[in-house]
Each structure stands twice: as structure tokens, then as C-alpha cells.
Write a new protein. Structure first.
Length: 326
């Protein structure tokens, strides 16, 4: 009897693994997200600079102390990120200043495990930026000192870091950095356990204008304000691009990110339009969460944090899909 149970469990595990690693499974979870949002209202009593900038990115995280929305932002004087505790009151619990002018623009970002990866750029000269990784393990007491920094400088616009994605791939930390209007994506990597040693090296760049698009569902590439990376079983990569098209429609595009002998390429697998409300938009900020239980959520915010502000949460039902979170 034990032998039979073992065989059944082994079959279920291997079958689930094949399902998780398939493009079709990931696409179906994305397509099943409701295009209409749930509305989350939150309050703020903290001082915040809404001059000369706006909210740039948003991510959801779950910790033992509760669920949080993290929002990066820019201003005319400094870059920052805010922490909103969700549940009960839904309120801003901290506004955390990162860097002063000229590094006053903290852009689109992503959180993987306890690590927040964000590009902080000089969005005036557009010729330098810093991709910073912060410890976000305790969102009630967030860090403003990066554990690792990738320095970028040189050609204007090409040296910016407007949006950043991070995941774990083949036991390494993999970071994707989009430059001005996300025309190019640069990839950096280092051993995952050595991220605090400033050991990232640039390994590849994708020029999206030269990227072959023959296998894409459509050939559109937008000025994505946020990109998010996900790996399934550490060997299958997906990238989300979130922004608006020329009609000001809120677009989320799903790509497979394929690696062959150290070279990366993108294939657009699916695209979906979402109906943002309450002055939120993907042009302001948006992000994707795929939790341990396989629930995929897209979140968006408005341009500024006021005394009362809103998030839009686009969700689908729970499934068996699981991301690499280890």
C-alpha cells in the first residue's frame, strides 16, 4: 500500500512540475486575471514631497506582521519609497528618503524574497543612475542603506534605470534594467548568496528595436514604466511589461525570456488591457505579485500619495502555479 501511495505522489509531483514549467500554464493564469479591479483606499499622515515627481512603482509583499504595498517615488529634491500597511486601516506607516538630487528619481522596481531592487537615476541629465538593492525583510523598519549598488554612467538616456526586475535564476540573482522608455534592457547577475558584496556584472543587453519579433503575438513594444521578472523552477523565465499605449490604455504584456549560451531574447506570449479606476494607471505605477500559493495579482497606483489615495488590485482565483521564491 505504501508503495502504491509513493508512486501516486511521485506521479502527481512530476505532473505538477511539468505543468508549472509550461508557457501555457503561466499564460492561462495571466489571462484569467479580471480586467476590472478591486479598490483599496489608504490614508496618509506622513510628510511627503509631491513636487516635481510622482509614484513610479508598486509591489505587494506578505510578511508575518501582515501585508504591505511598497511604492517608489520621485520628487524635485529626493527619491524615496513608502510603505503602506494593508488590512484594518490601510495606512502609510513610513516614507523613506533614499538619495538626494540629482538622484531624485526612484523608478519602477521589484521585490524578490527580502530584496527590493530599484533604479535611482538623475532624470534631469539622464546620464547616470544607480541600481540599488535594499533589505525589505522588516517593512515596519525598512532600510535606506543599499546592500549592493550597480553604477551606470555614460550616454544620456542609455545610462538611466527607469525600471528594474529581479529574480533567482540557476542559483544566481538576475537583474533586468530598462533604460529611458525601456528601449534597451541590460542584464546583470551574481551569485545569489553574494549580493551584498557588490559583485554584479553585466552579462547581456537587448536592443528592443533590433529584437526579432516574428514569433510574437503582436509586434508592439511600449514604453514600459515597470518590468517584473519571474522564474519557474529556477529554469524558466518570464518578464512582464506594464505601461500604456498611445490610446492611454493600461497594458500588461507577458513575455518569455529565453536564455541560450548566455544570450537573452524575448517572445511576447500574451497581452491584456486593464480598466484602472480612481486615478490609478499603469503609466503612474504598476507591479505583479505571484505568491507562494500561485495567486497572481496586478496592482496599480495613482501619481501621488495624498491624505487619501487608492490602489487597484486585479486578481484571479487561486491555482496550482507556484513561482520560484526560494
Amino acid at each position: 500500500m505504501k508503495f502504491v501511495i509513493t508512486i501516486i505522489l511521485f506521479f502527481l509531483f512530476t505532473n505538477c512540475t511539468r505543468q508549472i514549467s509550461s508557457d501555457g500554464s503561466f499564460i492561462s493564469k495571466f489571462k484569467s486575471i479580471d480586467k476590472n479591479p478591486s479598490i483599496i483606499c489608504f490614508s496618509n499622515s506622513k510628510k511627503i514631497n509631491n513636487n516635481g515627481g510622482h509614484i513610479q512603482g508598486v509591489q505587494l509583499i506578505q510578511r508575518k506582521t501582515g501585508k504591505y504595498a511598497i511604492l517608489t517615488g520621485s520628487s524635485d529634491a529626493y527619491s524615496y519609497y513608502s510603505v503602506v500597511k494593508l488590512g484594518g486601516e490601510n495606512k502609510v506607516v513610513s516614507v523613506n528618503q533614499l538619495m538626494d538630487k540629482p538622484f531624485k528619481h526612484a523608478g519602477g522596481f521589484q521585490i524578490f524574497q527580502n530584496y527590493l531592487a530599484v533604479g535611482i537615476e538623475d532624470n534631469s541629465a539622464k546620464d547616470k543612475s544607480k541600481v540599488c538593492i535594499y533589505d525589505i525583510s522588516d517593512p515596519e523598519n525598512p532600510s535606506v542603506v543599499p546592500i549592493s549598488v550597480i553604477e551606470r554612467a555614460g550616454e544620456p538616456m542609455r545610462s538611466t534605470a527607469g525600471c528594474v526586475g529581479i529574480t533567482k535564476y540557476k542559483n544566481k540573482a538576475l537583474i533586468a534594467v530598462g533604460d529611458w522608455d525601456t528601449k534597451n534592457i541590460d542584464f546583470y547577475t551574481c551569485n545569489f548568496d553574494e549580493m551584498g558584496k557588490n559583485c554584479f556584472e553585466k552579462i547581456y543587453s537587448i536592443d528592443t528595436e533590433k529584437q526579432l519579433k516574428k514569433d510574437w503575438i503582436n509586434k508592439d513594444w511600449f514604453s514600459y514604466q515597470n518590468i517584473n521578472l519571474f522564474s519557474i523552477n529556477q529554469n524558466k523565465l518570464f518578464l512582464f511589461g506594464l505601461g500604456q499605449n498611445k490610446k492611454s490604455e493600461n497594458i500588461a504584456d507577458l513575455f518569455s525570456l529565453n536564455e541560450d549560451a548566455g544570450k537573452y531574447s524575448l517572445i511576447k506570449l500574451a497581452s491584456k488591457t486593464f480598466n484602472c479606476t480612481n486615478k490609478t494607471s499603469f503609466q503612474a505605477s504598476a507591479g505583479v505579485e505571484l505568491d507562494d500559493d500561485g495567486e497572481m495579482t496586478i496592482i496599480s497606483s495613482g501619481y501621488n500619495i495624498e491624505n487619501g489615495s487608492y490602489l487597484n488590485s486585479f486578481v484571479h482565483c487561486k491555482s496550482s502555479l507556484k513561482a520560484n521564491t526560494k
